[in-house]
Ligand binder design. Structure first.
Ligand SMILES: [Cu+2]
Length: 305
């Protein structure tokens, strides 16, 4: 006869096992000097992925992607991935992408999604290279004074569209640098809030043809989708406001030429703030350093357009 346990016995047995498990876990974390707190979240594995979007299924919030082989992990195949709302909104069937496949427990999802078609990649790279060369040629004069032109750049906006600096010709532009993970309330979050106040104030003052441009200081993390999420979560009006990102090399040289300092410090970024006004011909006509700039100073200069 095989041993039989009554349901009650089984329950008690399980509780004892759980208690033993707890005690053990406590001991081992004590042994480790409580350095690590055990979390219930399953381990996360990330793999770089390249592929093509077949379809965006907004009802189920998944992207169906045909991807290349992920060496040592997964053969080439078509499968669906959960993605952030903004990435789903940005998705275009037929678009080549690169991304990170994140495996967490039973879940597969894509993060860090970037357009990866040849035209976009080569356009961004060529512009970044030209910008780097320009900084080198300018040498000590890399910093652009008031009266000089905004350097040429090509980046991606929050919808993954390629945007060249000359797209803003004919309009006055207020440009700054921010990053979405900025933890300091008085820095990027305040700068974004102030830009939205400026947008409203300038419109109310009758300024029509102007654009706002916020370039990410943290393009590794701030993909077009992340920027779109950032803007939408804050209810920002993107009618004449672009959030731009792209190759870090391009951002680095823009920062140098526009006099903004960025230093990576552990998981975060230490940086200065500048808000720059560009006229219809692409000339820098005014700038305010730091966070205490006056909205009125910009409004009166935007009204002249
Ligand atoms: Cu910041």
């Amino acid at each position: 006869m095989s041993p039989r346990y009554s349901p009650a016995t089984v329950v008690v047995f399980c509780l004892l096992m759980a208690a033993a498990g707890c005690a053990k876990r406590e001991e081992s974390s004590k042994a480790a000097g409580n350095a690590s707190v055990e979390s219930a979240a399953p381990a996360e594995v990330r793999h770089p992925l390249k592929g093509e979007i077949l379809q965006a299924d907004s009802a189920r919030q998944v992207l169906i992607v045909t991807h290349y082989e992920i060496p040592g992990y997964m053969p080439a195949m078509t499968m669906e991935f959960k993605v952030a709302k903004a990435d789903l909104a940005n998705a275009k069937p037929g678009q080549r992408i690169r991304a990170e496949l994140v495996e967490r427990g039973e879940d597969y999802f894509l993060e860090k999604i970037w357009p990866d078609d040849t035209v976009t990649v080569s356009t961004l790279d060529a512009a970044a290279k030209a910008l780097a060369q320009d900084t080198t040629i300018r040498g000590k004069e890399a910093y652009r004074e008031i009266g000089e032109n905004l350097p040429a750049f090509t980046l991606l906006d929050q919808e993954g569209r390629t945007i060249a600096a000359n797209r803003f010709r004919g309009k006055r532009v207020v440009l700054n640098f921010i990053f979405t993970r900025c933890p300091i309330a008085t820095m990027c979050p305040a700068a974004t809030l102030k830009m939205s106040q400026l947008q409203k104030a300038a419109r109310e003052a009758g300024a029509k043809e102007f654009e706002l441009v916020s370039i990410s200081l943290d393009p590794e993390y701030d993909t077009p989708g992340v920027l779109r999420d950032y803007a939408e979560a804050r209810g920002l009006d993107l009618a004449n406001w672009s959030f731009l990102t792209g190759p870090d090399g391009a951002v680095r040289h823009l920062l140098a030429q526009l006099g903004v300092i960025r230093e990576f410090e552990g998981a975060t970024i230490k940086h200065t703030l500048a808000t720059v006004l560009i006229d219809e011909s692409g000339r820098i006509i005014y700038r305010a350093d730091g966070s205490s700039w006056q909205i009125d100073e910009f409004v009166k200069r935007l009204k002249k357009s």
